[in-house]
Design a binder for this molecule. Structure first.
Ligand code: FES
Length: 102
């Protein structure tokens, strides 16, 4: 059973850092609030700069047609700039960088 009183947790590998990803934020935005920089550019689901692999969890998208092929979706690739975590999620983002606290 998932605990519905808290936001889903996103863990970023290989850093091992986790942050809460509330329903109101995309994973990319939530990472930003957690001082974590993920690769990104367009932030609207077209450029695929942010493409990364989700090894665990489920997301939904803020746009109807995120720039992912069916095969990529099947293999677990997501676009964090337009993805909202529906469950706890683990992503592989080797280029993620932890920023100093603001
Ligand atoms: S930043 Fe362009 S697709 Fe995510």
């Amino acid at each position: 059973m998932s605990d519905s009183t808290r936001s889903p947790l996103v863990r970023v590998e290989p850093l091992g850092t986790s942050f809460e990803a509330p329903d109101s934020l995309t994973i990319l935005e939530a990472a930003g609030f957690a001082n974590l920089r993920l690769p990104r550019s367009c932030r609207n689901g077209t450029c695929r700069t942010c493409l990364c692999k989700m090894t665990t969890g489920r997301v939904r998208y803020t746009i109807e047609w995120p720039g992912l092929s069916r095969e990529e979706k099947t293999e677990g690739y997501i676009l964090p700039c337009v993805a909202i975590a529906e469950t706890d999620v683990v992503i592989e983002a080797p280029e993620a960088v932890e920023l100093p606290p603001r």
